[in-house]
Design a protein around this ligand. Sequence first.
Ligand code: UT7
Length: 326
Amino acid sequence: MIRSRIVGTGHYLPEKVLTNVDLEKLMDTTDDWIRQRTGILQRHIAADHEATSDLAAQACSRALADAGAAPDEVDYLICATLTPDHFMPSTACLAQYKTGMKRAAACDVNAACSGFVYSLQLADALIRAGVYKTIVVAGAEMMTSRIDWGKRDTAVLFGDGAGAVVIRGEEGERGILSTYAASDGSASDILIVPAGGSRQTITPENIGECNRAIQMNGRELYKRAVMSFGDAAEQALARAGVGVGDVDLFIPHQANKRIITSAVERIGLPDEKIYLNVDRVANTSAASIPIALDHARSEGKVPDGALLLFAAFGAGLTWASAVVRW
Ligand code: UT7
C-alpha cells in the first residue's frame, strides 16, 4: 500500500525578534497581559527586503536538504498562505523559482491558519492517486503585512515565518494515516481582512477608511476554536482507526496557549503530549504547524514510529486535522 510519508522538514524564522516588552513601547499593552491571555513571549518579524515567498523558499530548501532530495525531484509545490507576495502570481510559483524546483507545478492554498493541513490533505490524495511521487507542502506567512500596529487586540498575536515538509509516496506503515477538513462560511466575519479584495476595492478616494488589516471577534473565535479543535481531533483519530490514548504527540496550530489548553482538556490528552512553541513564535497562521513539527523534531520529540496528531482552525471558518505515523 502506498502511503504519503513526510521525509523531510524545515523552517525559517526571520532574524528580528519583537518581544512583549518591545510592544509595550509601541502600544497600550503589557507583557503580563499578553503572557496571561495568549502564552506568547515574542514573535519574529520579517526584514524590509523579505516577502512571504522568501520565507517559503528558505523553509523549502531546508526541508529538501533534510530529506536529501534535489529540488528538481519535486513534482509539485503547494504553498499555504493568507499573506501572499501578490494577488498574482502565486507565492508558490515565486518560491518554486527561488528554490530551483524546475519540474514542479506550483499553486497557493488559502484556508487561513488551517492552510497547511488542508494542503497536506491535497498532497496525500495526489500521491495516493499516483498523480505525483514527491510533493513539497509549505506554510508561509508575513502576518505583519496584515497587522494594524494601532490595534492592540490583534497586533500582539501574530508573527512571521515559514515551515515546509517533503512528502513522498512509499510502501509501508509509516506516513499520513488520515486527514479531515471542514468549513463554515457563515462565520466569515469573525476573522477577516475586509478591504483590498473584490468586495471592497481600494481607490484613491477610500484609501483612508479602508481596513486592510486583520479584524477579529476574539471571544467568539476563542469559543469556536476550542470546539473546532475537538471535532478535528475526533474525526482524524476515528478515520485513522486509533484512539486518543495512542497519540504520542499533538502538534496543534499555535494560535494561543489558552485555546490549546482548553481544547486538549476536551480531547482528553495529557499536557506532556502537547507540543507548544507559541511562546517563541506567536501565531504564524499556516506556517505554525510545520514550524512546530520541525522544532519538535530538533528537540528529539518525534522518534521513528511516533503517532502524531495535527489540528488547526482559522478564518473561513476552516478547521482540519491529520494523523501521521512517523
Ligand atoms: O488563528 C486564529 C487567530 N485568533 C485567535 O486565536 C484569537 C482567539 N481569541 C483569543 O485568544 C482571545 O479572545 C484574545 C487573547 C484575543 C483576547 O482575550 P480575551 O480574554 O477574550 O480579552 P477581551 O477581548 O475580552 O478583552 C479584555 C480586555 C479589554 O479591556 P476592557 O474592555 O475589559 O477594559 C480589552 O480592551 O483586554 C483589553 N485588551 C488588551 N489589553 C492589553 C485587548 N487587547 C489587549 C492588549 N493589551 N493587547
